[in-house]
Design a binder for this molecule. Structure first.
Ligand code: GLN
Length: 282
């Protein structure tokens, strides 16, 4: 039997041979050892049980040879401190999107000052935005939509696992919630331009319906902004994640529909223009 350390080193060596990320190898070892990070390092020189080591190598093989994302092999990912179930039916929650959660919370404090508000997440996918926001702020009454029934099933499961109550609707963007009114609209719509080259790890494993946003990647922003007038209150906030190189075009689209709004863009931790906020009626 090999030690945890030896198994990890062997896994990393294989991973490097495939020119892939050794951080994924570490995550897989943690998962298949069923140990907390601190315990794993305390037990580093202990023998790793054979069945667990075999499961680790099988998992690693899925990543290295079948090009499956580590989050899908493990079946979960941490997002805003909560463990979300992951499948190939919705986008895997990304780090950038955690920053959208943080910024929405800041804007809520600034503009709504602890009032109860209704918030909708348009195109919720795994549910990560809607659920993290509901967990963080009890004053949010949260609704979420998605066109994909499979994604909605995953989002509902995540809401249940994390113990939050969200109204889910199936349908295209805001279509299923016409007739309702909201204070905050958040969305991380599909935004990759149709002809952009995408890493095969993403392209082969995540639903294209959740990735591609028309020739210029802005199709869904146009649609959401135009239709948002029908579902937003007079004072409202729209919060978008977007491609880092679409800031000017997106602001111009927002300006057409909301000429008097305060529009601001915030950079993500990689210093890329990643989130835009449209603050209406304040
Ligand atoms: N940020 C994602 C990626 O580049 C795309 C997310 C999206 O289209 N909303 O893989």
């Amino acid at each position: 039997m090999a030690s945890y350390k030896q198994v990890l080193e062997k896994g990393k060596k294989l991973t490097r041979k495939h020119n892939k990320e050794t951080s994924a190898t570490e995550l897989l070892l943690l998962h298949f050892s069923k140990l907390e990070p601190t315990d794993l390092y305390l037990k580093f020189d202990d023998k790793m049980p054979e069945t667990e080591a075999n499961a680790f190598y099988e998992g690693l093989n899925l990543y290295l040879d079948k090009n499956i994302p580590v989050q899908q092999i493990i079946g979960s990912v941490y997002f805003y401190g909560h463990k979300f179930k992951v499948s190939n039916q919705a986008l895997i929650p990304r780090f950038e999107t955690e920053e959208l959660v943080a910024n929405v919370l800041i804007l809520y404090d600034e503009y709504f000052e602890k009032q109860k508000v209704s918030l909708v997440d348009v195109g919720t996918g795994s549910g990560c935005l809607a659920i993290a926001l509901a967990k963080e702020e009890p004053n949010f009454n949260v609704t979420a939509t998605d066109i994909s029934n499979e994604a909605l099933d995953l989002a509902k499961e995540n809401a249940e696992l994390l113990g939050v109550d969200i109204d889910f609707y199936q349908g295209d963007m805001i279509q299923p919630i016409l007739g309702q009114k909201f204070d905050i609209l958040v969305s991380n719509p599909p935004y990759i331009p149709t002809n952009e080259e995408v890493d095969t790890l993403i392209l082969d494993n995540e639903p294209h319906i959740a990735l591609f946003g028309g020739v210029d990647g802005l199709f869904f922003y146009r649609q959401i902004i135009k239709d948002s007038k029908k579902i937003l209150k007079d004072k409202a906030i729209i919060a978008f994640e977007h491609a880092y190189d679409k800031l000017d075009e997106l602001q111009a689209i927002a300006r057409e529909t909301y000429p008097n709004a305060k529009i601001s863009t915030v950079k993500d931790m990689q210093n890329l223009d990643r989130m835009t906020f449209i603050i209406i009626g304040f």
